[in-house]
Design a protein around this ligand. Structure first.
Ligand code: GLC
Length: 546
């Protein structure tokens, strides 16, 4: 790892570690830092450039760690600060950068600041959004905003005051108009940068600043508010004032050599709005989520790719490509049902699809092909743990084990995100498939009975496995694509898209029939076995000019 290389992130493959479900080192059924450390060689062999670790701070887990009680410590169930520092050093030894997840929109209700606010200590409520209620006795919420997880975005304390939470009641929103909040977060960033962290993914980066006076939203459908469907004009989201915060953060990152980096998680209505977060004195990159909302249809894929590239180019940022993460339906499952002609509204589709049986064989073929498209595109690619194993969404969890606050807050109508957060299968044995050091341990979410065949151990020795496809793809990416420059579309039959970058081409067939491949190029890698001169349906291929 060249320490002076400050542009590493522009072409990186970043692996998302959902720490609760990655690997358990202490045998309590919950993933942890020790488990992650023991699997770093696996990640090095996979060939990723960086890991992004979901929140690992002390948390009462009202939202799986996105409710942070102390930003400068490690959750005891995950380990200690000393172990975290050892992990950072070991990852760096292996050439893997480490990105953390910062949660600045809200704290936990167990954070010292909120505890002080609940006790009404002088000035403590100024750090959050406290208001009196509406109605003659103040028994109605201060405005009509709905929580992303369902129900009102306000909770009333015993003394009658209400506080704002755009997510769970255990996640009170911070008041970013308060200078103390700004100083505190710049200090937290420096705390981790000083410990060698290479950058941060910013949680709900579009949420921190609220419209003046917290006005009602005019949107009568606000009850259907969801993270992936952020609407234009809602006073809780994407307010212009948020950009000032990031200008301050950038100066913190610039104090380090090489400069530390930021990735925004911002669900905004258009790529033009997203590009505003990437101006040269703000954040480095942002997730472009249309790629993970694109159905398996060549023409939509092409539009989404074009839009993402051109919007990023307006501000000189590299585009980013995400097929899934810990908030959305796993790729295999998303592609295993009928595909709409428009972008998929992921949360909503979860319910709509419940009636249609998934075909995981097709879903896996498509997910493997999509991975080759993702990894051939210019810019940064994010791989969510388990994608390299082609794991499917677990859709039949018993209700009593569900953990996602969405389930309760939606009044038991939205099953939420647990199905994409199941602990990984490492060994081809029985449950828990080597996930935990103690084979008798009960994992925090149950694993399905048929995952031995998808385990790392089972896939390791199988040349055709998805794991080995990813390994080969990540190795070849450096040769074929990493420095290959701009993308040029090739003319193709309907249902197929193909692009060229440098001497390499990527073709993908989302249609129903096989298409011939150009004779002037040879196959370097294919998402299905036996592809030579023709490309079957639901398959992608990397070619190099002869
Ligand atoms: C982000 C996280 C999600 C979390 C939410 C609230 O969207 O990715 O998991 O629930 O923020 O912090």
């Amino acid at each position: 790892m060249a320490p002076a290389d400050s542009s590493w992130w522009q072409t990186a493959v970043v692996y998302q570690v959902y720490i609760r479900s990655f690997a358990d080192g202490n045998g309590d059924g919950v993933g942890d830092v020790a488990g992650l450390r023991s699997r770093l060689p696996y990640l090095a062999q996979l060939g990723v450039d960086a890991i992004w670790i979901n929140p690992w701070y002390p948390s009462p887990m009202a939202d799986a760690g996105y409710d942070v009680a102390d930003y400068r410590e490690i959750e005891p169930a995950y380990g200690t600060l000393a172990e975290a520092q050892a992990l950072i050093a070991e990852a760096h030894e292996l050439g893997i950068r480490v990105l953390l997840d910062i949660v600045p929109n809200h704290t936990s209700d167990q954070h010292a600041w909120f505890q002080a606010a609940a006790a009404d200590e002088p000035g403590a409520r100024e750090r959050y959004h406290f208001r009196s209620g509406r109605g003659p006795d103040g028994s109605l919420p201060p405005n009509n905003w709905q929580s992303v997880f369902g129900g009102p975005a306000w909770t009333q304390l015993a003394d009658g005051q209400w506080y704002l939470h755009l997510f769970a009641p255990g996640q009170p929103d911070l008041n970013w108009d308060n200078p103390e909040v700004r100083t505190e977060f710049e200090d937290i960033l420096a705390f981790w940068f000083d410990r060698g962290v290479d950058g941060f993914r910013i949680d709900v980066a579009h949420g921190m600043v609220k419209g003046d006076g917290l006005p009602d939203t005019a949107d009568p459908d606000d009850a259907a508010q969801s993270l992936v469907q952020s609407r234009e004009g809602h006073p809780a989201w994407d307010q212009d004032g948020v950009h000032e915060i990031y200008r301050g953060w950038r100066t913190v990152a610039q104090r380090y050599e090489p400069e530390r980096i930021f990735i925004a998680e911002a669900w905004v209505p258009s790529n033009e709005r997203l590009a505003r977060y990437l101006r040269s004195d703000e954040l480095h990159t942002a997730f472009q989520f249309d790629f993970l909302r694109a159905p398996w249809r060549a023409e939509v894929l092409r539009t989404v790719v074009d839009d993402a590239i051109s919007a990023a180019a307006t501000v000189g940022a590299p585009p980013t490509w995400v097929l899934s993460n810990h908030d959305v339906t796993r790729t295999v499952t998303r592609f295993s049902r009928s595909q709409p002609g428009h972008l998929i509204e992921t949360d909503w589709e979860r319910g709509r699809w419940a009636d249609e049986d998934p075909d995981h064989v097709i879903g896996r073929r498509r997910a493997r092909a999509a991975a080759l498209v993702q990894l051939a595109l210019p810019g940064t690619a994010y791989v969510y743990q388990g994608e390299e194993l082609a794991l499917e969404e677990v859709e039949d969890l018993p209700d009593e084990v569900r953990q996602d606050p969405t389930w309760v807050q939606s009044g038991f109508t939205d099953v939420g995100r647990d199905g994409c957060r199941i602990p990984l299968p490492w060994r081809a044995t029985d449950i828990p498939y080597g996930f935990t050091a103690d084979s008798a341990a009960v994992t925090w979410l149950p694993q399905p009975g048929h995952w031995a065949e998808h385990s790392v151990e089972a896939q390791d020795g199988d040349a055709e496995s998805t794991l080995n496809l990813y390994r080969r793809a990540l190795g070849l990416r450096a040769q074929l694509w990493r420095d290959a420059g701009d993308l040029k579309w090739l003319s193709t039959p309907s249902g197929v898209v193909a692009f060229e970058r440098g001497a390499a081409q990527c073709w993908v067939n989302t249609g129903d029939s096989e298409v011939p491949l150009p004779e002037s190029a040879s196959v370097m890698l294919a998402s299905a076995p036996g592809v030579l001169s023709a490309l079957p349906p639901d398959t992608a291929v990397w070619l190099r000019s002869r």
